[in-house]
Design a protein around this ligand. Structure first.
Ligand code: NAP
Length: 348
C-alpha cells in the first residue's frame, strides 16, 4: 500500500502515445507535474498536443527523450518521482516480418530498462504498468471467461507475437517487483481500446482499426470477431486511479463489454448514415480463413479467434479502481468523429 504525494512529479513513458495522451491530460488537469518520455524529442508533431494541453491546464509538463532499448535512458526523468506509469510499448495492427524487433524487444527490454531505473531511483513508490488483456489470453479459443487469474500461455514469437510480447513483459515486471519491497506494481490490462485520440500521429492499432471502418477496407463485410472493448478515456482514468489509490493492487482487466466488429459498423451507420462504406454484414469464416494472408493476418489467427465468444470479467476494476465504463456507442461515435475532424478519414 503506497500513498503517492501529488505534489511530486509523475513520470509517464511513451507520452506521445494514444492512451498516454489522455493520462497526461488528466494529470495536468489535476495540477500534477508530468515528466513524459518520448522516443524522439526532435519530432514536434508528436508532442504538439501535449504542449498545447500544458499551456491551458494547471499542471506542468517536461519532455525527456528515452528509447525503450536504451538502458539507463529513463533514470534522469525519474529523479524525484514517486509514481511511474510505463505505457510505452508498440501496439501495431501489422507486425512486419520481424516480430522480435517490432514487438518483443521493445516490450521486454523496455520493461527491464524502465524497472532497472525504478530500482535505481529511491524516490519511486509505485509503478503502474500498461499491460494488456493480451497478457491474459492469447486466442479467444483459449477460454470463454477470462479473469485476472488467467495468463496467456499460447502465444509465441511466431503466433500472436504482440500478445506474447505483452505476456512476457508483464511477467518480467512482476518478477522484478517481487525481488524488492520499496515499490509496488499495479497492472492495467485493457481489452481493445477505442475512443478519440488527442494526437493525429499515433501508430496505435486502435486508431488504424477504426480508420478501416471509414476507408472501405470493411465494405464487403467483417469477420465474426467479438472482442472486449473499452474507451481510451476510461483506460486513462484507470491509470490515474491505480496511481493514487493507496490500497489498489494487482492486475485489472478493463472491458466495457464484448462486441462484434459488425456492431461497430451498425453504430457508425446509425449515426453517420451512408456517407461512409461501413460494413453491413459478416464475412463467412472460410472466406476470411482463405484470404487471411491478404488481409494482413494469419490463418492460425482466424482459426482460433473468428466465431468464438469469450467474456472479460471487469468486476475487479470496478471494485478496486472505482471505475465506471462509458457505453460503446459513445466511444465509437466520438472516435470516428475525431478521425473526421482531424482529417484522418475524409469529411463527407
Ligand atoms: P501508441 O499510441 O502506439 O503508443 C505506444 C507508445 O510506445 C508510443 O508513445 C511510442 O512512441 C512508444 N514506443 C514504441 N516503441 C518505442 C521505443 N522503442 N522507445 C520508446 N518509445 C517507444 O499505442 P497505444 O494504443 O497508446 O498503446 C499504449 C500501451 O497500451 C501499450 O503498452 C499497449 O500495449 C497497451 N495497450 C493498448 C491497447 C489498445 O487497444 N490500444 C490495448 C491494451 C493495451 P512513438 O510515438 O515514438 O512511436
Amino acid at each position: 500500500m503506497q500513498a503517492i504525494d501529488k505534489s511530486k512529479p509523475v513520470m509517464v513513458t511513451g507520452g506521445s502515445g494514444y492512451i498516454a495522451g489522455w493520462i497526461v491530460k488528466y494529470l495536468l488537469e489535476e495540477g500534477v507535474t508530468v515528466r513524459a518520455t518520448v522516443r524522439d524529442t526532435g519530432l514536434p508533431e508528436k508532442v504538439a498536443h501535449l504542449n498545447r494541453l500544458a499551456e491551458s491546464l494547471p499542471g506542468k509538463l517536461r519532455l525527456f527523450a528515452a528509447d525503450l532499448l536504451n538502458p539507463g535512458a529513463f533514470e534522469q526523468a525519474m529523479q524525484g518521482c514517486e509514481l511511474v506509469m510505463h505505457t510505452a510499448s508498440p501496439f501495431l495492427l501489422k507486425g512486419g516480418k520481424d516480430p522480435r524487433s517490432t514487438f518483443i524487444r521493445p516490450a521486454l527490454e523496455g520493461t527491464r530498462n524502465v524497472l532497472a531505473a525504478v530500482n535505481a531511483v529511491s524516490t519511486v513508490k509505485r509503478v503502474v504498468l500498461t499491460s494488456s488483456a493480451a497478457a491474459i489470453y492469447g486466442d479467444l479459443a483459449d477460454g470463454d471467461a477470462f479473469t485476472e487469474e488467467h495468463w496467456n500461455t499460447t502465444s509465441s514469437e511466431t503466433h500472436q507475437p504482440y500478445n506474447y510480447s505483452k505476456a512476457i513483459a508483464e511477467k518480467e515486471a512482476w518478477k522484478i517487483n517481487r525481488s524488492q519491497d520499496r515499490w509496488d506494481l499495479i497492472t492495467i490490462n485493457p481489452t481493445m481500446v477505442f475512443g478519440p485520440a488527442l494526437t493525429k500521429t499515433t501508430a496505435s492499432g486502435s486508431v488504424a482499426l477504426m480508420k478501416q471502418f471509414g476507408d472501405g477496407t470493411a465494405r464487403f463485410g467483417v469477420p465474426d470477431f467479438a472482442m472486449g472493448m473499452v474507451d481510451v478515456r476510461d483506460v486513462a482514468r484507470a491509470h490515474i486511479q491505480a496511481g493514487f489509490t493507496p490500497e489498489a493492487s494487482g492486475r485489472h482487466i478493463l472491458s466495457a463489454g464484448e462486441f462484434q466488429l459488425l456492431e461497430i459498423g451498425r453504430i457508425l451507420k446509425e449515426h453517420f448514415g451512408d456517407r461512409y462504406p461501413f460494413p453491413k454484414k459478416t464475412a463467412p469464416k472460410f472466406l476470411v480463413y482463405l484470404l487471411a494472408p491478404l488481409l494482413g493476418t494469419t490463418r492460425a489467427f482466424v482459426k482460433k479467434n473468428v466465431g468464438y465468444r469469450a467474456r472479460f470479467d471487469n468486476t475487479y476494476s470496478i471494485k478496486d479502481l472505482n471505475l465506471t465504463y462509458r457505453p460503446l456507442k459513445e466511444t465509437v461515435i466520438d472516435h470516428f468523429q475525431q478521425l473526421i475532424d482531424d482529417g484522418l478519414v475524409p469529411k463527407k
